[in-house]
Design a protein around this ligand. Structure first.
Ligand SMILES: O=C(O)CCC(=O)C(=O)O
Length: 271
């Protein structure tokens, strides 16, 4: 990673594509993922999509990818942990979409020294409904979001920013084994998958140790450098898929993030 890459991230709010593993390794990982889906279909579906890095070895392996960690270190400094992950899976020819939003809006983290790393498990293209970003939008403030709870919206609250100029959008095209990195105030979203293939990506949020968790509890999977000064609970990596201990730990973490994400609304969904 070069200084120009870091400058580009600071200016535009994202960096993409970054090769994080070879196509062969990416293919092997995807096979492991499909195998895990077959063995534990209830644990890797549209509802059970959060924090699977705590329960599945293949997702844990991506979370600890050295290229990702080196890149994160260049962007937010050498002391950071992993906070959470979400699998964004769009079946072939499906209606699911992600409305324009900023990640930071409901996470209760300040300052915004954290980064979303979106890793492609399958091809992410115009046709499959790739991530779309509004370059430079991270330089503004947090925008007002309207909760829609729309059925096909893949976000928890179906929250959306109105009045975004579509003409400014850039499509983030990724092949399996590539990732994009974006700032938590970056306005982004995605359109439905119009292709006959699955579109699957896993988003990981890496957070600098000095960031405050202003609502809810702080659970950390230590990654590099020092740990936060304020109170936190350290999580364990899985030793095998879906062990009882890892499932219990994941349930605790999920409950905490549901409390954070759905605060201030009396509506909620199952994810
Ligand atoms: O996968 C998508 O289409 C959207 C992902 C997203 O919104 C995110 O990673 O924050």
């Amino acid at each position: 990673m070069t200084e120009a890459d870091v400058a580009c991230y600071r200016e535009s709010g994202y960096l993409s594509p970054v090769d994080i593993m070879s196509p062969t390794v990416a293919e092997q990982l995807f096979l492991q993922f499909e195998e895990a889906e077959k063995r534990f279909p209830e644990a890797l579906n549209a509802i059970s999509r959060t924090n699977t890095h705590l329960t599945f070895m293949c997702i844990d392996a991506i979370a600890h990818n050295e290229v990702i960690l080196d890149t994160v270190e260049n962007l937010i400094g050498s002391d950071f942990y992993l906070r959470e992950s979400v699998i964004f899976a769009k079946p072939p020819e499906s209606e699911g979409f992600v409305s324009w939003h900023q990640d930071a809006i409901y996470m209760g983290l300040t300052p915004h020294d954290f980064v979303n790393v979106w890793c492609a498990l399958t091809e992410s293209s115009d046709e499959t409904g790739c991530l779309r970003v509004i370059p430079g939008s991270h330089l503004g403030s947090l925008r007002e979001h309207e909760d829609t709870f729309a059925e096909k919206n893949m976000l928890t609250r179906g929250h959306q920013i109105g009045g975004v100029d579509q003409k400014l959008a850039r499509n983030i095209l990724l092949k399996p084994g590539q990732a994009s990195f974006h700032h938590p105030k970056m306005i982004h979203g995605s359109l439905p998958n119009r292709s006959p293939n699955r579109r699957i990506g896993v988003a990981f949020w890496y957070v600098a140790a000095h960031v405050q968790q202003t609502v809810g509890e702080r659970f950390i999977l230590p990654m590099r450098g020092r740990r936060p000064d304020a109170e936190f609970t350290v999580l364990n990596r899985p030793e095998r898929d879906m062990s009882d201990e890892s499932v219990a730990q994941q349930a605790m973490v999920r409950q905490n993030y549901e409390n954070i994400m759905y605060r201030g609304t009396d509506r909620s969904r199952r994810y």
